[in-house]
Design a protein around this ligand. Structure first.
Ligand SMILES: Nc1ncnc2c1ncn2[C@@H]1O[C@H](COP(=O)(O)OP(=O)(O)OP(=O)(O)O)[C@@H](O)[C@H]1O
Ligand SMILES: [Mg+2]
Length: 250
């Protein structure tokens, strides 16, 4: 059962655009994500989903348009400030430090509290406890001292998710959490997303695995050639002729 009902404004974009040379990766995208829900962003390869994520999280600057989070304009803020505002994200090609241990990966995910922390490399024991608790939560605590490169790709995705959770974000953006992951671990990732959502976290999930999208999400937004073309509950979107056309060219 959901414990939190948030009525505040969520993440919104208005007229967001970004080109690379002549390629309009994202064009005039006006999108509202529902607070406290699992929102899915789907669309064919190259339809601009990752570029959209990158614009929202400050990794790349949009050419025009705005990004608003809970009523605050966060357009053009640095990725660090956007993360601090409460937006966490994972990457399509999983980003972990391969030669660091699993536990170390989580500790570097946290910003040092001050210069002294940074210089001494000292770690707050409470932070270590929290990292260990998150490893238990995502089910890779037995790998705490393994180097990340020795984990399967799915385990690395779980480690990346734990790293995102270290920042205690309110909104979590996952770029293809199931891509390249074996079915058993896809099930675990799906369960985690549902549990975290029940605890009040908002999700924005880019995913090509339609079975997962349809079973997991409350609200689906479909991108085609850089802009949203349809949105709604999964069952409605699934049979929308514009969506079938975008995917199948029918
Ligand atoms: N850094 C870049 N430089 C040049 N072109 C880019 C860059 N990033 C993305 N593009 C182009 O922008 C378009 C959108 O790409 P993007 O990666 O956002 O799509 P996507 O929906 O995430 O695709 P996929 O489902 O394959 O991950 C594509 O044509 C892509 O080639
Ligand atoms: Mg992508």
């Amino acid at each position: 059962m959901k414990t939190t009902v948030e009525t505040g404004r969520s993440l919104e974009t208005v007229g967001l655009s970004r080109s690379f040379g002549g390629v309009h990766a994202v064009r005039d995208a006006t999108v509202t994500f529902q607070q406290g829900k699992i929102n899915a962003l789907i669309g064919p390869n190259g339809s601009g989903k990752t570029t959209f994520f990158n614009c929202v999280t400050g990794m790349i600057k949009p050419d025009s348009g705005t990004v608003t989070f809970k009523g605050h304009d966060i357009t053009r803020r640095s990725p660090h400030r956007i993360a601090r505002a409460g937006i966490g994200r994972s990457f399509q090609l999983c980003r972990v430090f391969p030669r660091m241990t699993v536990l170390e990966n989580l500790l570097v995910a946290v910003q040092p509290k001050g210069l002294r922390d940074l210089l001494s490399g000292a770690r707050n024991p409470a932070e270590i406890d929290r990292a260990r608790a998150l490893l238990v939560r995502v089910g890779i605590d037995h790998l705490e001292n393994s180097e990340a490169r020795n984990l399967s790709y799915g385990q690395q995705k779980l480690l990346e998710l734990a790293g995102v959770l270290m920042g205690d974000p309110d909104t979590i953006m996952l770029d293809e959490p199931a891509g390249g992951v074996n079915p058993a671990l896809i099930g675990r990732i799906a369960t985690l997303v549902q549990e975290l959502n029940a605890e009040g976290k908002t999700f924005l999930v880019v995913e090509h695995n339609m079975e997962l999208v349809m079973s997991l999400s409350d609200h689906v937004i479909v991108f085609d050639r850089g802009r949203p073309i349809a949105e709604g509950p999964p069952e409605t979107v699934q049979s929308d002729p514009r969506v079938l056309e975008a995917y199948l060219g029918v």
